[in-house]
Write a protein that binds this ligand. Structure first.
Ligand SMILES: O=C(O)CCC(=O)C(=O)O
Ligand SMILES: [Fe+2]
Length: 377
């Protein structure tokens, strides 16, 4: 039986998916070396760049390459330092409790774990995003938990602790592993709640095919204990982080796909709260209270073979937009305020062992001194 190894990445990590902006346009490119950049990548883009502009691009790519080379060691060092020195303000948010979860979510989880419930029963009880077959909006956290978590994250941000970046497009997020959220919060949430729900909502994608040659014992091991009515590949690890957008800092996110099989993008401060107030005639009116304006997440969906369609979704506090990581998506700019989301890139080692989600090929595995990308051998 293969086991999850915490320290494996695909070698494409060092060469693929470099995010750069050239003349106001964003690109994800492969960076091997200067010659390849000049002769292959830039010549394909036909951008008519000056020598100075090319030097500037090379400089940015080398900085990012160096960050990637060092990132695993530095992440472990930061985690240790935070563990030793950081004083949390709200310690309870680090330990999972069911009371953090929205009652509707708890009901959904029970339904998903119920062997007598059909997949149709499950689909009837969730919001499927209009015009899609497998994108959902699901309430996950209570409003109180979101507020407490944001409060604690703000305390961390204001501290003098070292901070890593979730990825090269994002400068102000927080890596939840480094701050100590995995062991008692994110892991139990994924294992006992997100995994059984995904096994139903992404049934076709995660199910173990009948003709699969895996022997009986191995397939038993891959099924979580919680759902016994059908066999599926479980989500056995994650990369979880906070994204933050603010006018004057990062305001949007360029189109990309995730290094995940299934992504849970949970809003911690979306546009839902209303408050009663009085207008100038002393009449009670409801106003929407929101931390930010605009900033929807958008998705590029294929229609037929070639046509594309875009959908934009507003974030709702406590609710997750749940989607396949391979979908191209991004975030529209916010025009006022501040928005924070918890993003969980849930990973399924059995699926990614066959095809790395970043280079879309058989992974070329490499050991690293730190937390890897959810492969197993
Ligand atoms: O901000 C959002 O809603 C999207 C975040 C996202 O796609 C990501 O971090 O991978
Ligand atoms: Fe994403």
């Amino acid at each position: 039986m293969s086991t999850l190894r915490n320290n494996l990445v695909c070698q494409c990590y060092l060469t693929n998916n470099y995010y750069i902006e050239i003349k106001g346009q964003s690109y994800h490119i492969t960076y091997l070396d200067e010659v390849h950049l000049r002769e292959v990548t830039l010549s394909k883009l036909s951008l008519n760049l000056t020598e100075e502009e090319i030097k500037q691009i090379l400089n940015e790519l080398d900085t990012e390459k160096n960050r990637r080379l060092k990132v695993f060691c530095s992440s472990q060092e930061r985690k240790q330092m935070i563990l030793d020195k950081y004083v949390p303000k709200l310690i309870h948010v680090y330990t999972f409790k069911e009371s953090y979860l929205d009652k509707k979510f708890l009901k959904l989880v029970s339904l998903c774990k119920d062997p007598t419930a059909s997949n149709e029963d499950v689909f009837k009880s969730v919001e499927v995003i209009r015009g899609t077959k497998d994108m959902y909006r699901i309430p996950v956290f209570t409003q109180e938990f979101c507020t407490d978590l944001l409060n604690e994250l703000e305390n961390f941000k204001l501290s003098d602790m070292p901070k890593g970046r979730p990825n090269s497009m994002n400068h102000y997020g927080i890596l939840l592993d480094e701050v100590g959220f995995y062991e008692n919060l994110i892991n139990p949430l994924r294992e006992s709640y997100l995994d059984p729900v995904s096994s139903r909502l992404f049934f076709d994608y995660l199910k173990i095919p009948d003709k699969n040659s895996i022997d009986e014992q191995e397939s038993k091991d891959e099924v979580t204990n919680s759902v016994k009515h059908h066999k599926y590949y479980s989500l056995d690890s994650q990369k979880a982080f906070i994204v933050n957008y603010k006018v004057g800092e990062d305001v949007d996110l360029a189109p990309h796909y995730d290094n995940s099989e299934i992504t849970f993008n949970i809003s911690l401060d979306g546009n839902v709260t209303t408050a009663a107030t009085k207008n100038k005639n002393n009449e009670e009116i409801d106003i929407a209270l929101s931390n930010f304006e605009n900033g929807e997440v958008y998705f590029e969906l294929k229609v037929g073979e070639t046509a594309l369609r875009y959908i934009s979704l507003a974030h709702v506090k406590g609710s997750a937009i749940v989607h396949r990581g391979s979908l191209i998506h991004g975030a529209h700019p916010i025009t006022r305020g501040n928005r924070s989301n918890m993003v969980i890139w849930a990973r399924c080692s059995k699926i990614r062992n066959q095809k790395c989600p970043m280079c879309k090929s058989m992974p070329r595995l490499k050991e690293i001194p730190g937390i890897g990308d959810g492969f197993s051998i």
